[in-house]
Write a protein that binds this ligand. Structure first.
Ligand SMILES: Nc1nc2c(ncn2[C@@H]2O[C@H](COP(=O)(O)OP(=O)(O)OP(=O)(O)O)[C@@H](O)[C@H]2O)c(=O)[nH]1
Ligand SMILES: [Zn+2]
Length: 213
């Protein structure tokens, strides 16, 4: 779907015009709110007390925002900014902030993604790489699938000589409940083409570990 099919949702400007306004239609917000009002009661709360009056609606809007990736087509995002360029070295976009939600507990996991590709005659507008990360991250996910989906989308759309993706995330379902390991970080990676070779992979890992300052 092209960008023209989307409209800006005023309350969530950072979506930047890519999300269908339909996602926030009042009937849908109302339906989700009704369920959350019931959940508040079942949790032992009084949904009619002042502080909670607008909470079900806020939760509904927040959840719709946190899952807005379902309305995005990541391949279209890349297709919209592909152009011919004779650059054949590795392009690395690192330290991309990621916020997603684990599909098991619907609790956040968050961290960084580092993405690289070696162009094959075509490059993509740099901002589209973090946009693709968000389009997959803003869904219910597991980190491994998220990593693979980003890799596959870039490979299938740009047809580069190779793609590398590394993600480092903290999972709140492992910190604030369950096993309660506050400092554990999960690293996942996915590679295609040239990045499967040790030398290219080592260059990528070196570049993402270097600091600008
Ligand atoms: N592989 C993978 N596992 C995840 C991810 N997010 C959450 N999980 C895990 O999903 C698993 C679900 O396991 P279950 O035993 O069904 O659920 P649970 O009883 O809540 O598990 P605990 O978290 O160990 O209390 C847990 O081990 C979570 O740590 C992820 O992105 N990738
Ligand atoms: Zn979880």
């Amino acid at each position: 779907m092209s960008k023209e099919n989307y409209d800006r949702y005023d309350d969530e400007e950072d979506v930047d015009g890519y999300v269908k306004i339909d996602r926030y239609n009042p009937e849908l917000i109302q339906n989700i709110s009704t369920h959350y009002k019931d959940i508040l009661t079942q949790l032992g709360e009084d949904p009619n007390r002042e502080g909670l009056l607008k909470t079900p609606e806020r939760v509904a809007k927040a959840l719709l925002y946190l899952t807005h990736g379902y309305d995005l087509n990541p391949k279209d995002i890349l297709e919209s900014a592909k152009f011919t360029e004779e650059y054949s070295q590795m392009v690395v976009v690192k330290d991309i902030e990621v916020y997603s939600m684990c599909e098991h507990h619907m609790l956040p996991f968050f961290g960084k993604a580092h993405i690289a590709y070696i162009p094959n005659g075509q490059v993509v507008g740099l901002s589209k790489i973090p946009r693709v990360v968000d389009a997959f991250a803003r869904r219910l996910q597991v980190q491994e699938r998220l990593t693979n989906q980003i890799r596959d989308c870039i490979q299938e759309t740009l047809n580069p000589i190779g793609v590398g993706v590394v993600m480092e995330c903290r999972h709140l379902c492992m910190c604030m409940r369950g096993v309660q390991k506050q400092n554990s970080v999960t690293t996942t990676s996915a590679f295609t083409g040239e990045f499967i070779k040790e030398k290219t992979r080592a260059e990528f890992l070196h570049l993402i570990s270097s600091k600008l300052s």
